[in-house]
Design a protein around this ligand. Structure first.
Ligand code: ZN
Length: 182
């Protein structure tokens, strides 16, 4: 196993939708292994392939129940609302409260090519949505509301990270706490 360098905001690979995986072979299994090692090293609870510079439709995560790899994932249903303070390994140091659906139903494939179906809410549901966004080329700060976006831009300028932080405004509520998401 080996670790990758995590790509940071401003790297164009993070803004491009990833490609479907057509062959789930040994190289994909090795990629997933190395991504998991990279994720545990940080530490983070999830990592998408384009965060290590590989524009393929695959992510790994572990919210405390062991490692899971999902190939060609798709969210087929989402429900409810949940506020959570989200962060990202590709945007070090920034945490913002974000409202997203609470529960999601995600389908995809495991490393043996078998179909998998995951229904999850709260932290696991949030991790799945955050990683799905990555695979579509979307960073969580694009989902911030106007005030949060201003704060994010300022913080990124201070860190000398240039990036566009654009998206439709979303509602958000303020409170403290929360685990860091990848
Ligand atoms: Zn992330």
């Amino acid at each position: 196993m080996a670790t990758y360098t995590i790509r940071k905001i401003g790297d164009p690979v993070l803004n491009r939708p990833t490609e479907e995986i057509t062959d789930i072979d040994g190289r994909i299994a090795k990629l997933a292994d190395d991504m998991l090692e990279t994720m545990y090293d940080e530490p983070g609870v999830g990592l998408a392939a384009n965060q290590v510079g590989i524009s393929k439709r695959l992510f790994v995560y572990d919210v405390g129940y062991g490692p899971v790899t999902v190939v060609n994932p798709r969210i087929v249903e989402s429900d409810g609302e949940w506020v959570y303070e989200e962060g990202c390994l590709s945007i070090p140091g920034l945490l913002f409260e974000l409202v997203r659906p609470n529960a999601v139903h995600l389908v995809g494939y495991d490393l043996d090519g078998n179909e998998i179906s995951i229904e999850a809410d709260e932290l696991e549901g949030r991790a799945l949505q955050h990683e799905m966004d990555h695979l579509e080329g979307t960073l969580f700060i694009e989902r911030l509301d106007d005030d949060q976006r201003k704060a994010a831009k300022k913080a990124l300028r201070e860190m000398n990270l240039s990036a566009t932080v654009e998206a439709e405004p979303r509602r958000s509520t303020a409170s403290a706490g929360g685990l860091r998401l990848p």
